[in-house]
Design a protein around this ligand. Structure first.
Ligand code: ATP
Ligand code: MG
Length: 564
């Protein structure tokens, strides 16, 4: 391909709203352009990479025995109504009506539609097990689209669904996908970690996420360097650290004027945040609840949501008015004593003595409170794990790191086959529900994650597997006949051998060509300059600082060796 003809437009500066490296570089290298919040177009160079990511995923899915098909993105509402997810998805689902006023959505994920397909196509036990997949566009009206294609409102997902006759079969299908995912992310050169995850709104008995370690990640991974335990922070269990028991003292109400935050209280009462228990009021569906954790801990909303069995969409911190309704006090003075709404208390609090809580009265707290002084509805683990907390498996200190979730695999069970009445006849002619698993990879997000791990201050450094082109030939001076001719020869030789090669035939200064070559991340650069007339060119790898002056033949041989 000739750079002069490839519709390339690179930018020296990234737009200021691009916060993370991959977003900045995808814009600067001319891979994507923003159309609206969370909606992007792929320009030719970007689309080429995206298709290569798809191809790696496709090859490994095929190798694992999954069958590719393609569903529509425009989906009738009925099966989502049947599964209950027409409601569950809430505002995240893009909904529309056809001219006959029938409800449709743009599919956010396709469990229902695959289940419906298996229901109509597979009736006999002989047709199981089966794993089907597609690589297709998904739509989610994300609350916070950001980081470019990492969290967008339209994205490409590889989604696969397995259907088995028994749990052993599910385990096998799940393992086959797990192994395929490892091969995919290995081939892409990603440094990733597989973590236990929350099954959330999907239902089901277990799930794992493939997380790429990166500061740009929105997920927190808790892992144990000692025993290998790894979970995301929504899921990671928190154990109770035993605390010294004190003799319970007499409760006292103290005046704490305008001291509504933990930080203010710590300085006002001259004590430590771990001596407090904070009480947060949430709205869960149409009721209010209170959640209690130690003052220096964070409430884990996923754990609360799972305990309460509510939709994520229907769960949020209560408004000022709702807090006042529940506590008769301003925000910052809630406590468990005398509270009329259900209290869910973190199990760690039960081991604390003589702590401080809000008094449900503006400007007042109680001190010397003990677990005997209130009655929680439940005592469970509702806090989020932190760096240094004990590992729930072995007790050694946990480490945490940020990660980007690129893939997610679930054991679903029969939630969808049951709600959609999808059955087959077993050997005895008896109707049975297939047991499902589902497996997603975000193609665009994976592409961005690769850039997060493969870049420097000059641009992208594509790993070979998904580099849009492997070699770029750069004539230093296009007006120099010998340079132009030799460049053409190298380009044609490599192209004839099947190498994906670029020639930068633009009438640009060589500095501009070098900058662009680095920015778009082409792995091998052959520079044809003054010495070319004597048969010498420069050979440089994007991932190395070594610049070699070698003969034209050697450069061609090295480029072939790299690319093929
Ligand atoms: P997240 O927690 O990041 O919102 P999710 O749990 O909603 O992800 P899944 O429903 O499991 O994600 O989707 C499977 C995969 O699709 C994810 O692992 C991720 O790679 C990708 N994905 C999900 N949402 C988006 C999005 N808004 N933009 C780009 N990719 C996404
Ligand atoms: Mg999501």
């Amino acid at each position: 391909m000739r750079v002069s003809k490839m519709f390339l437009s690179t930018l020296r500066e990234a737009p200021s709203d691009a916060e993370i490296a991959s977003h900045q570089l995808m814009l600067r290298a001319g891979l994507i352009r923003r159309l609206a919040a969370g909606i992007y177009s792929y320009l030719p160079l970007g689309y080429k990479v995206l298709r290569k990511v798809e191809q790696v995923v496709r090859e490994e899915m095929d190798r694992a025995g999954a069958l590719e098909l393609l569903m529509s993105a425009l989906l009738p509402s009925e099966s989502y109504q049947a599964s209950g997810r027409w409601e569950v998805f809430g505002p995240e689902m893009f909904r529309l009506k056809d001219r006959g006023n029938r409800d449709f959505c743009l599919g956010p994920t396709h469990e229902e539609i695959f289940t419906q397909t298996v229901k109509s196509e597979a009736n006999s036990y002989r047709q199981f097990p089966v794993t089907l997949y597609q690589i297709q566009t998904k739509y989610r009206d994300e609350r916070r689209p950001r980081f470019g294609v990492m969290r967008s409102r339209e994205f490409t997902m590889k989604d696969a669904y397995s259907f088995d006759r028994d749990l052993e079969g599910l385990d096998k299908s799940y393992k086959a996908m797990y192994d395929a995912y490892c091969r995919i992310f290995d081939r892409l050169g990603l440094d990733y970690i597989v973590v236990d995850a929350d099954s959330g709104a999907m239902g089901g008995s277990g799930s794992q996420e493939f997380m790429v370690k990166s500061d740009a990640g929105e997920g927190i991974i808790a892992y144990c360097p000692t025993c290998g335990y790894a979970a995301n922070d929504e899921k990671a269990e928190c154990t109770v650290t035993p605390m010294e028991k004190e003799e319970p003292k007499e409760i006292e109400k103290v005046h704490t004027p305008n001291v509504g935050t933990i930080e203010d209280l710590v300085s006002f009462l001259n004590t430590d945040a771990s001596r407090f228990v904070k009480t947060l009021i949430y709205r869960a569906g149409d009721k209010l609840i209170a959640a209690m954790v130690r003052g220096d801990r964070d409430v884990n909303e996923t754990k609360l949501i799972n305990y309460l069995g509510v939709n994520e969409q229907d769960f949020e911190l209560a408004s000022f008015d709702e807090v006042r309704e529940a506590t008769n006090a301003a925000v910052g003075f809630a406590g468990p004593i005398g509270l009329k709404i259900p209290v869910i208390c973190d199990h760690e609090v039960m081991g604390m003595s003589n702590f401080i809580v809000g008094a449900n009265e503006t400007d007042y707290h109680f001190i010397n409170v003990n677990p005997k002084d209130f009655e929680p509805e439940a005592v469970i683990d509702i806090r989020t794990i932190k760096d240094g907390d004990p590992c729930p498996k072995c007790g050694a200190p946990i480490s945490t790191t940020q990660g980007v979730e690129v893939g997610h695999i679930f054991k679903l069970g029969t939630k969808y086959t049951k709600s959609l009445e999808c059955t087959y006849l077993d050997e005895n002619g008896k109707a049975q529900y297939p047991i499902m698993g589902c497996y997603g990879i975000g193609i665009n997000r994976t592409m961005a994650a690769v850039i997060e791990q493969y870049h420097d201050e000059n641009g992208i450094k594509w790993p070979k597997e998904i580099a849009p082109y492997h070699v770029i030939v750069i004539p230093v001076n296009m007006r120099d006949e010998a340079q132009a001719q030799i460049s053409e020869n190298i380009y044609n030789t490599l192209k004839a051998k099947g190498v994906e090669v670029l020639i930068d035939d633009r009438n640009e200064r060589v500095g501009v060509k070098f900058k662009d070559a680095d920015l778009i991340g082409i792995p091998v650069k052959i520079t044809v300059g003054k010495k070319a007339a004597d048969g010498i060119v420069e050979y440089k790898r994007r991932d190395s600082d070594v610049l070699e002056e070698i003969t034209i033949e050697e450069a061609i041989a090295k480029a072939l060796e790299y690319a093929l």
